[in-house]
Design a protein around this ligand. Sequence first.
Ligand SMILES: Cc1cc2nc3c(=O)[nH]c(=O)nc-3n(C[C@H](O)[C@H](O)[C@H](O)COP(=O)(O)OP(=O)(O)OC[C@H]3O[C@@H](n4cnc5c(N)ncnc54)[C@H](O)[C@@H]3O)c2cc1C
Length: 292
Amino acid sequence: MKIVHEPDLAGLSTLKMGGRAAAAFYPEQKTDLEDLARSWNRWGDRILFMGRGSNILFTEDNRDLVLVRWQEARDPFILERGEQKSVIRVDGGCPLPRLVGWCAKTGLSGLEALAGIPGSVGGAVAMNAGSHQVEICRLVTGLKIWTPENGILTLSEGDFSHGYRYFSPDTEVDEFLIMSVEIRLFPDSPARVFERTKNYYLQKKKNQPVLAATAGCVFKNPDRGAPAGKLLDLAGYRGRRKGGVCFSEKHANFLVNMGRGTCVQALELIQEAGNNVQRIFGISLDMEILVV
Ligand SMILES: Cc1cc2nc3c(=O)[nH]c(=O)nc-3n(C[C@H](O)[C@H](O)[C@H](O)COP(=O)(O)OP(=O)(O)OC[C@H]3O[C@@H](n4cnc5c(N)ncnc54)[C@H](O)[C@@H]3O)c2cc1C
């Protein structure tokens, strides 16, 4: 198993900021996870399972942190092929854009709206990533997860819960690593799936800073009423800067690192924006990005 000592967190997150962690483990197979379980007493309380780091704001103060990034990322494959629906299996380490591209080539519909989300499949399920009313967990029919206490567990539909940017196995587990996921998809012509995927991607590129150093939406949308981006926009945060970070001109809920941004600047700007939304609209916004 590859182990990197004192990895630079800026290189492990799409927001490109943060200090150094203690170590990063890159397990590729079951035996690597068994090795990790054996050393759990040493590392356990400092471990974070992570994917592509596209929803994390790392701070400077992480000298104790141990990252575990599941590497297995073979091509997805079809488990059950039907005229009305098919079921595929995909590794948790597979980049979501690769899965979305594979679906277009293979002629399987369902995930087109997730085009442009840069996470891993495991991270997408852990966050129940979604766009244009499509949430990945609604299509998940089963999963394999690993926990340090119980090893590998197989979950079927009904063994896990999900909601807006929320996923949890129903069995009581503290930490879990998503190893692989089974997803229900719908046969269609590759050309049509490709066309829809392309259109969703172009729409996303027009409305969000997909090519900038960002970690997606900072705040979750409130249960009802205007989305967080609209509230931030009305509160004057579209394009608002602090040092080397800003809220995007394209989408007021996306924080962008303009090059030399620091996590202190990022956290100050986020806190100020949240406080002002609360003051002006009486709405308390919950964070979507994970601050570590
Ligand atoms: C440009 C841009 C656009 C985005 N657009 C969207 C969007 O439209 N919709 C949306 O929902 N999100 C969006 N995001 C946010 C982000 O890409 C998603 O939340 C993504 O699913 C996170 O995946 P990740 O692998 O990067 O997870 P990470 O950021 O590495 O981790 C996020 C969380 O998932 C957990 N996790 C990650 N992998 C695993 C695993 N294998 N097992 C268990 N837990 C795991 C981590 O512990 C952490 O809590 C966007 C981000 C960017 C940068």
